[in-house]
Design a protein around this ligand. Sequence first.
Ligand SMILES: C[S@@+](CC[C@H](N)C(=O)[O-])C[C@H]1O[C@@H](n2cnc3c(N)ncnc32)[C@H](O)[C@@H]1O
Length: 282
Amino acid sequence: MSGDAGNGDVAGGDAAGGDVGRSAPGGGYALGGFADRERELSRLELQARRLVGMHEGAYRRAGLLDAPFVLDVGAGSGAPARFLRDAGVETLCVDVDRSILRHAPRPALVARADRLPLPARSVPAVHTRLMLQHVPDPAAVLAELHRVTAPGGALLAVDTDHASFVSEPAPRRCEAARQTWIARTLERGADPFVGRRLRALALGAGWSEVKVEAATLTSDDIGPEAFAELLLLPYLHATTTDPEALAAGRAEAGEWAAAPGSFAMATLLLLSARRRPEGSAS
Ligand SMILES: C[S@@+](CC[C@H](N)C(=O)[O-])C[C@H]1O[C@@H](n2cnc3c(N)ncnc32)[C@H](O)[C@@H]1O
């Protein structure tokens, strides 16, 4: 079951009818909407490789590293799944976007997170990372993840709250792009502040033993250049494909990173939960 799904034999139906993931600038997250797909792919990889590794303790506490198998929903290019597989955990990657899923480890399935083509109570553990902020109905997704999870099974849902992003000074173009991204996300009915709602959403979807950990990452933790690349510039890349605007934004972020007093931080929320064991009181 190893190797990358790079030869197009990703299983699943046609996800193009979904109302999500069609284009990045202005729409939901989709690889095809980025001016430079290779750059976005390598950003996702780098970001996940650095951050998922830093959060290994949360993955362990959630029970994901002890699970025989994890369903990764909104798996993207598969970096978190590769982390799980390196830890000896089998995975099934699911994503609505076939073009990005081709880079994920097999097996992989094209499907919407709120309509998984899997039987009820069929998987021992589920994982979703940085997807709930992109969907119009995160409650429905968490309910669907609950449906497919076996009694006693584990959930780890990782996302952010874009209000937690702070940068001093704020590079003008990047900050404008961040505000644009937030406004567009709200316009299409998704929630850029979903992080703060994870606990309530999970409880509403029937999950028990719900616990939310916060992990704040600063520019001092990973260095300002890496922070700018992984967490600041993505706002720009997600809101414009104009080469001149991208070049100006990159130059500005470079100046920001080079200034000795610059500081920025962002917080990830890691929600762990369990499906109640069979026969336990609800
Ligand atoms: C920012 S990427 C995160 C990818 C990966 N989880 C990671 O941490 O590197 C968000 C992913 O969610 C997927 N996605 C968005 N809406 C979805 C939906 N309704 N169902 C399934 N996948 C979805 C996108 O196609 C994209 O691959």
